[in-house]
Design a protein around this ligand. Structure first.
Ligand code: CU
Length: 697
């Protein structure tokens, strides 16, 4: 019976599609053709994804057909009745008597829900929808072939990718590009950047030990590069402007050679105006698997991000100057896999391996799933010595963590970002009933003997003295003691002061008088006229005369809500942050012993060296906050924090150094070349919180 019903749905859909493919769309075809000719790129992302997934076999015939059935059920046919059921009223009437049902057993994939939801809520236009359907037809997606059962086991992969995956063979060469794209985020149509017209970019899936070539073309009107974060590849392909290559100019090409010595989840992103280009959507995952990997469980990459979209649906950046340097650019919309409304559907009792990546400019996430323990199994570059059950995982920008989770009970679960003060639901997981029997072994923790053995060889170096002690510091001409401005009660509602038209909330703003200390801010004027539109309204509107109030609060203390753990979870100084830029504010890496800063540090090592580097994030600096430290092209072990030895080790390429902490890392210098080390808060990096290490072969 079940099959019969499905076949019915298929035949209806096929019937409709045939009409479409023959161009029998009264009233639409003309507009449609124009539209398609004028701008191919307006085909929505979800359609491109569907086509790719379909051709890759990631979604089955049946999934696809079910999806269309779902669109019908969701009353998408109110508009496209003619598409699905025919051109004439009689044809529509003839078919309307047939009841359309989506089989309750069938898991509706995310892309279908999204497609239907976006369309029915007018987030994608009829034009977009129609051109998408046409695209599917042109791509022969309608040739259904055999009707495979919806069965994860029979699919060639249990990978639920965050973007259309590209499975890479050894020595394969692929084409890659950066492009301007449009995306719907939180109901807003936003102009963004994508890799191969997608954001997140395609998920690259490679085998450990392989080599592949990326023929890259920059289709943006600004220079860019691609950095392959965490890969120990040849430094000529590391994508660092002016160090390993020149920036790739608009229209130009560059060839990258990727190598994958380590398994795990990695992330690629630009390294030119990184803070702006990443925020606009340029990032993607790389999954490196063991050769002949027969991993049978679900693999689900989740890219955590935030993005700042203004009222005009625009991601605002100054083309000429890096802004928000003080704390980095916090977004006002949180995303999973580029979606502000992420929904994942999974079967009950299956082991789900979640690959977490943080691509936010500055926001550290504290990842949780409602009512679930997470089995933490991996960090950046390797598994942990032993896995452990945790409630939550703190993940700083561009770190990766891998957790496993198993849902014993069906239902809907929130994916949560939990700060000490607030819990944000940033997505949902729908757990469907399944036949799968629970595997009690999942709840055991175990040791990873391979990693234990590998790391044990390095333990004899754990007690060596550091050869480099790096201090984190800040220089700014801003008067950060104007902190009372940051403590307006209503501040948290003000969203970085974008909406502060009304001055009645500004009772504590009288402290703005210390603006007079800002005479050294040569860029203040242009800031006020340019990207600081809203802030300039504030400074005009507020009184500069209440001199006396200023000093009452000027105790020199900086208040940081929720930072008892040494992490700034929110933009606690939105006004100062917005005033800060790369000219008036510089973050610094300093060699404690020589006093040299940034690229002047000139640290060197030889291939084969094992050296300790101490990262010192003193609480006494001008604005102490956490910094995620990243070293290119090598791997390291976090040996200790504040003198306390780490109890569960792994290989990493990044480490979060909370405010007031000192962290020792043991670096295995295995890869010759010129390698960057920097803070991965992107605005900090762009404001020179960066140095390099030369590794000689
Ligand atoms: Cu930093």
């Amino acid at each position: 019976m079940k099959n019969g019903k499905n076949i019915l749905i298929f035949s209806i859909i096929l019937f409709g599609i045939v009409f479409v493919s023959q161009g029998v769309i009264v009233g639409h075809s003309q507009e449609w053709t124009d539209y398609k000719d004028s701008d191919q790129r307006l085909i929505p992302d979800w359609v491109n994804q569907v086509v790719d997934w379909w051709s890759e076999g990631i979604i089955s015939d049946r999934e696809f057909a079910t999806g269309l059935g779902f669109l019908v059920k969701e009353k998408v046919i109110e508009v496209d009745t003619r598409i699905v059921f025919g051109a004439t009223d009689q044809e529509i009437l003839d078919t309307k008597n047939i009841e359309i049902n989506v089989d309750e057993d069938i898991v509706i994939p995310d892309w279908i829900r999204n497609g239907a939801k976006w369309y029915t809520t007018n987030q994608i236009s009829e034009k977009d929808f129609l051109s998408g359907i046409e695209y599917l037809i042109n791509e022969d997606v309608i040739s259904f072939g055999e009707k495979s059962a919806y069965d994860y086991e029979k699919m060639n992969s249990k990978l639920i990718a965050n973007a259309s995956p590209i499975h890479l063979e050894n020595n394969q060469k692929i084409e890659f590009s950066t492009d301007v794209i449009e995306k719907i985020i939180d109901g807003k149509k936003v102009q963004m950047f994508g890799y191969n017209n997608q954001s997140p970019g395609p998920m690259l899936i490679a085998n450990q030990g392989d080599t592949v070539t990326i023929d890259f073309k920059n289709n943006l009107d600004i220079p860019t590069t691609i950095h392959w974060h965490g890969l120990r590849l040849d430094y000529k392909s590391d994508g660092v402007p002016h160090l390993t290559q020149e920036p790739i100019q608009p229209g130009e090409t560059f060839q990258y050679t990727l190598k994958f010595p380590d398994t795990g989840i990695y992330v690629y992103h630009p390294h030119v105006r990184t803070e702006m280009q990443v925020d606009r959507g340029l990032y993607g995952n790389i999954l490196v698997q063991e050769k002949n990997d027969s991993y049978q469980n679900f693999q689900i990459p989740l890219i955590l991000d935030d993005i700042r979209i203004n009222e005009e649906n625009f991601i605002e950046y100054d083309e000429d100057i890096v802004g928000h340097v003080l704390m980095g650019h916090f977004g006002n919309t949180m995303l999973i896999n580029g979606d502000s409304d992420y929904v994942l559907e999974v079967p009950q009792n299956e082991i789900l391996k979640l690959y977490l990546t943080n691509t936010a400019n500055t926001r550290t996430f504290n990842f949780q799933i409602e009512d679930q323990n997470l089995k933490l199994v991996r960090s950046d570059v390797s598994e942990y010595e032993k896995n452990s059950f945790v409630d939550s995982v703190i993940i700083a920008p561009f770190e990766r963590r891998v957790v496993e989770v198993m849902f014993e009970h069906t239902g809907v679960y929130d994916i949560i970002h939990a700060t000490p003060e607030k819990k944000y639901s940033i997505g949902k997981i729908i757990v469907k009933e399944s036949e799968v029997k629970i595997d009690k072994e999942f709840f055991q923790v175990s040791e990873n003997t391979k990693i234990v053995e590998e790391i044990s060889e390095f333990k004899k170096y754990f007690s060596i003295e550091p050869e480099l002690e790096l201090e984190f510091d800040l220089k700014t001409t801003l008067d950060l003691h104007m902190d009372s401005m940051e403590h307006m009660d209503s501040m948290e509602h003000m969203d970085s002061m974008e909406h502060m038209d009304s001055m009645e909330h500004m009772d504590s703003m009288e402290h703005m008088d210390s603006m007079e200390h800002m005479d050294s801010m040569e860029h203040m004027d242009s800031m006020m006229e340019g990207s600081m539109d809203h802030a300039s309204i504030i400074s005009q509107g507020m009184s500069m005369e209440h001199d006396d109030a200023m000093h009452q609060h000027d105790d020199g203390s900086m208040h940081h809500h929720g930072s008892a753990d040494g992490i700034e979870w929110e933009d606690e100084m939105p006004h100062m942050n917005k005033m800060s830029n790369e000219k008036n504010t510089k973050w610094i890496l300093r060699d404690k012993n020589t006093g040299k800063e940034g690229f002047d540090i000139g640290f060197e090592a030889n291939v084969g060296d094992i050296k300790k580097i101490r990262l010192i994030n003193s609480e006494d600096s001008m604005h102490p906050m956490q910094h995620p430290f990243h070293l290119h092209g090598q791997r390291f072990i976090v040996v200790s924090e504040n003198g306390e030895m780490s109890s569960n080790l792994s290989w990493q390429d990044s480490v979060l150094v909370p405010k007031g902490s000192t962290i020792d890392i043991l670096v295995e210098f295995s890869n010759p070349g010129e390698w960057l080390m920097h803070c991965h808060i992107l605005e900090h990096h762009e404001s020179e919180m960066t140095s390099k290490i030369t590794v000689k072969s």
